[in-house]
Ligand binder design. Structure first.
Ligand code: MG
Length: 388
C-alpha cells in the first residue's frame, strides 16, 4: 500500500532531498500535499511532476501579486498561510508529514499533525527548540511516532534502537564550521562571505551561519534533550571536521555506537521514510577503499559562545531556549544584511536573554508570544549597536 505524505518546505534543501528519495520509490510513497514559502515556480514544477493537488502557500500576498496560480495545474487546491498549513497537516488521507519549514512557522502545523495521529518526520529545528515540552507531551498523548530527520538526531535514533534504558550519553558530532581554528581576533574580522562557506555541508544561508557560530549545535543539544528524554549532563558535543560520523551513543557498559553515511540528507530522510524497514536503493555509501581519516576534538566554549549559551538554556526549565532561538534568528538576519559584526551575533543573544525573563507557560501561544517579544528586544539591541 502507498504511504501518503505531506511535504512542508518542499522547495528547500530538505524538501529537495526528500523528493529525490521519493522519486526513486514511486511504488512506496505518494505525495498528497506540498508547501513552500515563495518559490512558486519550483513548487508548481513539483506539483506537476508528482501530481499533487493540495498546495500550501506561505506568502499569500506575493502569490496573489505574481498571479502565481497560473503556474499550477488547473485542479490545484490552495492552502494559504499558517492556517492553510494547519489544514494541510490534518488532511485525512495523510499517513505522515515531513516538516521542513524553516523558522517557527512549523510549530502549529506539527502539533496539528500530531493531534490528528500522523507520523511526524521532523527536520525543522525550531519546533523542538522552542516548544519541545509541548510537542513531546502531545506526541506521547496521541501515541504518535516522531522520527528525526536531522542527521545527528537520526544517527542517535538509529544507534539507540530499543536500548534506551542502557543509555549513558549522547555525543553529538559537529563539523566546527569554517572558523573552528580561528582565534578570537580572527573571528572579530569574519565577513558574511567567509561565514557562508561551509566546509562539508551545502545548506541554506541561515543554517550555514548557525553552523559557523555553532548555535546550530546548541539547538541540536536542546532538541536531543526532548527527543531522547535525556538530562543536560548526558549530552556532549565533539568536533569532527570530516562530518562522517553523524553522532555517537554511549551505553552503560562503555560501548559506543556510531552512525556513518556520506554527506547527503537523503540517508537520514530515507531512514525516516522507510522506518522500521530500510531502503534498498539509496546512493552508494562511504567507500573505505579511498583513504579516509577522521578527527575528533573537544569544543572550546570560550571561542564558541553560542554553545555556552545553549548549554545554559539546556539546564533552564523556562522559555530560555525559545528566546535563544528568536534572538539568534534576528541577529543572524542582521549579520547577513551587514548591520552587525560576526561576534555581535552571540552578544545580541546574550543581551536578549539577560533582559527578558518571561514567566513559563506550557502553551504554544505563550511560546509564540515569547518569540516575538524576544525578536523585538534583539532588534532594539541591534539598532543600538548599529548606531555605535
Ligand atoms: Mg544537523
Amino acid at each position: 500500500m502507498l504511504h501518503n505524505l505531506v511535504l512542508f518546505g518542499a522547495t528547500g534543501s530538505i524538501g529537495t532531498s526528500a523528493l529525490n528519495v521519493i522519486r526513486r520509490n514511486p511504488d512506496k510513497f505518494k505525495i498528497i500535499g506540498i508547501s513552500a514559502h515563495s518559490n512558486f515556480e519550483k513548487l508548481a514544477a513539483i506539483a506537476r511532476e508528482f501530481h499533487v493537488r493540495n498546495i500550501g502557500i506561505g506568502n499569500e500576498k506575493q502569490f496573489r501579486a505574481q498571479y502565481a496560480q497560473k503556474l499550477f495545474p488547473d485542479d490545484a487546491q490552495f492552502f494559504m498561510g499558517t492556517n492553510g498549513n494547519r489544514e494541510l497537516s490534518r488532511l485525512p488521507q495523510a499517513d505522515s508529514i515531513i516538516m521542513a519549514i524553516p523558522g517557527t512557522e512549523g510549530i502549529l502545523p506539527t502539533l496539528d499533525a500530531i493531534e490528528s495521529g500522523k507520523t511526524i518526520m521532523l527536520a525543522s529545528k525550531e519546533v523542538l527548540v522552542a516548544s519541545g515540552k509541548i510537542i513531546i507531551e502531545s506526541a506521547k498523548k496521541n501515541n504518535v511516532l516522531l522520527l528525526p530527520i536531522d542527521s545527528e538526531h537520526n544517527a542517535i535514533f538509529q544507534c539507540l534502537r530499543d536500548e534506551r534504558k542502557f543509555l549513558k550519553k549522547i555525543i553529538l558530532t559537529a563539523s566546527g564550521g569554517p572558523f573552528r581554528q580561528y582565534t578570537h581576533e580572527q573571528m572579530a574580522k569574519v565577513t558574511v562571505e567567509q561565514a557562508l562557506i561551509h566546509p562539508t555541508w551545502k545548506m541554506g544561508k541561515k543554517i550555514t551561519i548557525d553552523s559557523a557560530t555553532m548555535a546550530n549545535k546548541g539547538f541540536e543539544m536542546i532538541e536531543a534533550k526532548w527527543l531522547f528524554g535525556v538530562q543536560p549532563s548526558e549530552i556532549e558535543v565533539v568536533i569532527h571536521p570530516e562530518s562522517i560520523v553523524h553522532s555517537f551513543v554511549e551505553f552503560c557498559d562503555g560501548s559506543i555506537l556510531a552512525q556513518l553515511n556520506p554527506h547527503s540528507m537523503e540517508y537520514p530522510i530515507a531512514n525516516c521514510l522507510f522506518y522500521p524497514e530500510r531502503a534498498h536503493n539509496n546512493p552508494p555509501s562511504i567507500n573505505f577503499k579511498k583513504n579516509l581519516s577522521m578527527n575528533f576534538t573537544a569544543p572550546d566554549f570560550s571561542r564558541f559562545p553560542c554553545l555556552k549559551i545553549a548549554n545554559d538554556c539546556l539546564k533552564a526549565d523556562d522559555h530560555s531556549a525559545a528566546i535563544f532561538l528568536a534572538a539568534n534568528d534576528t541577529a543572524v538576519q542582521a549579520f547577513l544584511s551587514k548591520k552587525i559584526r560576526y561576534l555581535d551575533i552571540a552578544n545580541v543573544i546574550a543581551c536578549t536573554l539577560d533582559q527578558y525573563h518571561p514567566k513559563y507557560e506550557n502553551s504554544v501561544d505563550s511560546v509564540l508570544d515569547v518569540i516575538s517579544h524576544a525578536q523585538a528586544i534583539a532588534q532594539t539591541e541591534i539598532e543600538r549597536r548599529f548606531k555605535m
